[in-house]
Design a protein around this ligand. Structure first.
Ligand code: SF4
Ligand code: SF4
Length: 197
């Protein structure tokens, strides 16, 4: 049966009427910035001081898009007669975001908390080579990493904080004891004057 003339228009108007009072869900980006959840996977920041150049992230990355160069340095013995040690020094750390698939494996496997997600996503480039972010750029992303959420009030105190607190308490107690010992002791009091006549 042939459609009723004008039925398409009526259907269209019905859809318009049905939806015109509903809340808009379209975000007018880039005029309006989206409200992203704090754990959004936008870009990866490098906290270089924590990186020991263990290479775990580069080895586990499924896309092989983490590039790390390093050299070894000899650290002199801490005490006379001790042994010299060698340590890795980071020369290059780069992530190619044109290959990265944002799986987060590198962040999960890093044993030293040197990699973090930042929700920043506005780093499109006209030249694909610019999507390889070198160490300095990765470090700058750290400024955009949100602070971790507060601990659950009933959660166990983190080991690092508990150890630091105990050390601080011991130091404070030792200092208080030293101050008490160093303080001048009060002299003998004069005997009371007067008496029975
Ligand atoms: S998020 Fe995944 S793909 Fe991207 S650098 Fe890390 S491990 Fe590689
Ligand atoms: S896994 Fe962590 S510590 Fe090891 S090289 Fe990667 S960022 Fe550095």
């Amino acid at each position: 049966m042939a459609p009723f003339p004008g039925s398409g228009l009526a259907k269209g108007l019905a859809v318009t009427l049905r939806t015109m009072t509903k809340k808009t869900v379209t975000a007018q980006y880039p005029d309006a910035q989206p409200e992203l959840p704090p754990r959004t996977r936008g870009v990866i920041g490098l906290f270089e001081e924590n990186c020991t150049v263990c290479m775990l992230c580069a080895r586990e990355c499924p896309d092989w898009c983490i590039y790390i160069d390093s050299h070894k340095e000899t650290v002199p013995a801490a005490a006379p007669g001790g042994r010299e040690r060698s340590r890795n020094v980071l020369d290059r750390f780069a992530i190619d975001f044109s290959l990265c698939m944002y799986c987060g494996i590198c962040i999960e496997v890093c044993p030293f908390d040197a990699l973090f997600w930042s929700p920043e996503f506005e780093y499109a480039e006209t030249d694909i080579h610019e999507l390889t972010h070198e160490r300095d750029k990765l470090r700058d992303w750290m400024w955009t990493v949100p602070a971790p959420p507060a601990l659950d009030p009933g959660a166990e105190e983190p080991k690092e904080i508990a150890a630091a607190r105990k050390t601080a308490e011991k130091l404070a107690a030792a200092q208080a004891q030293a101050e008490a010992q160093a303080a001048p002791h009060p002299g003998p009091t004069d005997p009371p004057q007067g008496g029975a006549s």
